[in-house]
Design a protein around this ligand. Sequence first.
Ligand SMILES: [Zn+2]
Length: 434
Amino acid sequence: MFWNKEMETISVERLRELQLERLKKVVKYAYERVPYYKKKFDEVGLKPEDIRTLDDIKYIPYTSKADLREVYPFGMFAVPLSEIVEIHSSSGTTGKPVVMGYTRGDIGVWKEVMARSITMMGVTKEDIVQIAYGYGLFTGGLGFHYGALTVGATIVPASAGNTRRQIELMRDFGTTVLCCTPSYALYLAEYAKDEMGIEPSTLKLKAGSFGAEMWTEEMRKEIEKRFGLKAYNVYGLTEIIGPGVGHECQAQQGIHIQEDHFYPEIIEPETGEILPEGRTGELVLTTLTKEGVPMLRFRTRDITALITGECSCGRTLRRVKRIQGRSDDMIKVRGVMLFPYQIEKAILEVQGVEPHYQIILTRPHHLDEIEVQVEVSKETFSDDVKTMEGLKKKLEKRIEETVGIRVAVTLVEPKSLPRSEGKAKRVIDKRGLS
Ligand SMILES: [Zn+2]
């Protein structure tokens, strides 16, 4: 099922022509209107007319999150505020927030790409879509809202939180599609069953669009099993447009990037060198049609790879693999690089534990220690020391095999780790504190 079949199945040749045409236009537009870009171009002696092929994109300097923070709040805007109809912003928990402004045209693009995203799951106007992403400056809630509105589905704008009410709404309204973070989906399933006596698979949910945090294939299976739905990966970020940069189709074999609006590249994060298709690295995106805040070669810090070959769904828009994490989520422990997703994967391969965990880093004697707290499932939890010791050993072995270093596992009682209504906090780094 397609929202815009003509564009989603466009020939690759024609798509490249369209991308080049749009790239030239946006480069000129950004250069003329945003002093930040003019300065960056002038520094390297680049003129907009030097971009003659798609390959020439490599001459354009990268834009980083730090660059955006420097010009807080409106320094990247290419139009006067009177042309901006909506503002979104990152939370700013790790520094100054990044502020994005949307023109009426940008909102139109957002509606289009989100309508495509929602339709990729087989969702139509017959569906009831419950949006449990936060509404507000965060792009999750309104992004899905615009998409569902465009498709004509029945929207339940629940926003994040109020867990009991979420489940009552799903049950009473017959919600068929759930949109939220994967960790919140899991919490909703757990809450329904344990606190309300509602078996989540008896709800009418058929599909869910989950994103805004890292999650594994194992976590997908867990969510699908509990709700009896198909769980899809959505990808996006505030700096580019919000959700809708890409979404999975029903083949669930990677995230289709809406390439006619967002041009993807994969680079080596340390050297900035462009990597060939198939290699894992950092995703870099260029907005091809954005008017409010055009983004040229934005370093997303998200680690993934472009998938080569056609998708069975018929879409020609290229795909990226499930995001493995942000390059700044990468944990360096005793010289070894590892990602939280590797630990999540290992944990979920072991029977008897819940998909709730926390990674705690300390440096007690000038040497990094890594502790992984894992919740034991209600059925497995017991006072029998031997059983618990066996489970702990099994987890430690599985994690060591996956990440290549020894970790200490601490088993904790069911429901003792914090639950999140938005993005889960997986890593607590106490190494700077001692
Ligand atoms: Zn596909």
